[in-house]
Design a protein around this ligand. Structure first.
Ligand code: ZN
Ligand code: ZN
Length: 275
């Protein structure tokens, strides 16, 4: 399996000096090497999806005929890049947009119709060009129709969000972006990620910062580490960096966190991993 982070920033993109090492694009993750039914998956369409779209159009990355674009939730920082996703303007593209879980979402398509209303954007969804379909899976499996082992759990986040595990043979990646642990660590997240090879867990705050951000929907560095210890993850990748945390701060935190969990890295835009 292969993953590439196209966006690792939380909340809002940043482009200031001092933010170039970790990068300023909001959440977008590309996963390849999944089974035949799925092949590749894009998770979330933060501003990072713009570069991913360029890589698809120029064939710098190999993507299956059908583009599976899955969403954990629909906050701005996870959808804002969609209008700039070049394959959506290519009439040869077949794109399935999906999410899963029991959250009440009347019509998935409406979210994107609204986002691209003429008051907000010059091109409307129906005029983009690609064949785009929308699917809300009720079960805990989604993105891909042939029963790939993709499992989810609902997590605590304003408006709802899901954590997702991708399993191929004995290898797995668990993607836990945007979640706030309430009353201790969320055991559903630990169970979803049990013995995973790569745990991608958000951490927007230090423990100190978390105290003044209760209810904002995010985790601290030590909570991300605690989840990875409990689920016995082989590797922990921390993402969804706070827009106020510059490179110097994140480097310092990364070093500190490695003191607690050895196989740990902070995600950076364009980071690629094969395993
Ligand atoms: Zn977010
Ligand atoms: Zn969110």
């Amino acid at each position: 399996m292969k993953i590439k982070f196209y966006g690792t920033r939380g909340s809002i993109p940043v482009s200031d000096p001092g933010f170039t090492e970790f990068g300023g694009n909001t959440t977008c993750l590309f996963i390849s090497g999944l089974d035949e039914g799925v092949g590749t998956v894009i998770m979330d369409a933060g501003t990072g999806i713009r570069n991913l779209g360029k890589d698809i159009m120029s064939k710098r990355i190999d993507i299956a005929k059908e583009i599976n674009l899955g969403f954990t939730h629909f906050h701005w920082d996870h959808i804002q890049g969609f209008p700039f996703f070049a394959p959506a303007y290519d009439e040869n593209s077949i794109i399935e947009i999906s999410t899963a879980g029991k959250r009440k979402i009347e019509k998935l398509k409406d979210i994107f119709l609204t986002q691209m209303q003429s008051i907000y954007f010059p091109v409307q969804l129906e005029n983009m060009g690609a064949q785009i379909s929308f699917e809300k899976y009720e079960s805990n499996k989604f993105v891909g129709k042939k029963g790939a082992l993709i499992s989810i759990t609902e997590v605590n986040h304003p408006g709802g969000c899901i954590a997702v595990r991708f399993q191929v043979n004995k290898k797995s990646i668990t993607f836990c972006t945007d979640l706030e642990h309430q009353n201790g660590i969320d055991d559903n997240v630990v169970q979803l990620a049990m013995n995973t090879d790569v745990l991608i867990h958000e951490a927007q705050y230090t423990d100190e910062e978390l105290k003044s951000h209760k209810g904002w929907g995010h985790s601290s560095y030590s909570q991300a580490i605690e989840v990875s210890e409990r689920c016995k993850a082989k590797q922990l990748i921390i993402t969804h960096h706070d827009p106020d945390h510059d490179d110097e701060f994140l480097r310092k935190m990364e070093k500190q966190c490695r003191g607690r969990f050895k196989d740990l890295i902070f995600a950076r835009d364009n980071l690629e991993l094969n395993f």
